[in-house]
Design a protein around this ligand. Structure first.
Ligand SMILES: [Zn+2]
Length: 82
């Protein structure tokens, strides 16, 4: 739950999990400030007091910005100990 102050001056509690676009009782939509925020929630493969551990399954990742071209191995590319 997050307590916000709208531009109209009213304050209210908003549950960001339930309300994507909060509106004040008077109709104001612009938020002037956030008065308090709870601790962050971290979900996934991590450790710590705020973590909810959850198996996320394998994920595809791309380390290079574009596909790297493959090249034929040369004599200098042999692995050590082979
Ligand atoms: Zn208001």
């Amino acid at each position: 739950m997050v307590t916000v102050r709208w531009r109209c001056g009213h304050t209210g509690d908003v549950d960001p999990d339930k309300v994507a676009s909060p509106v004040c009782a008077c109709g104001e939509r612009k938020i002037a400030g956030v008065l308090n925020v709870g601790a962050p929630r971290i979900v996934g493969h991590a450790t710590g007091p705020l973590v909810e551990q959850k198996y996320l399954g394998p994920q595809a990742v791309r380390l290079a910005k574009r596909p790297l071209p493959l090249k034929e191995p040369t004599d200098g590319d042999q692995q050590p100990g082979v």
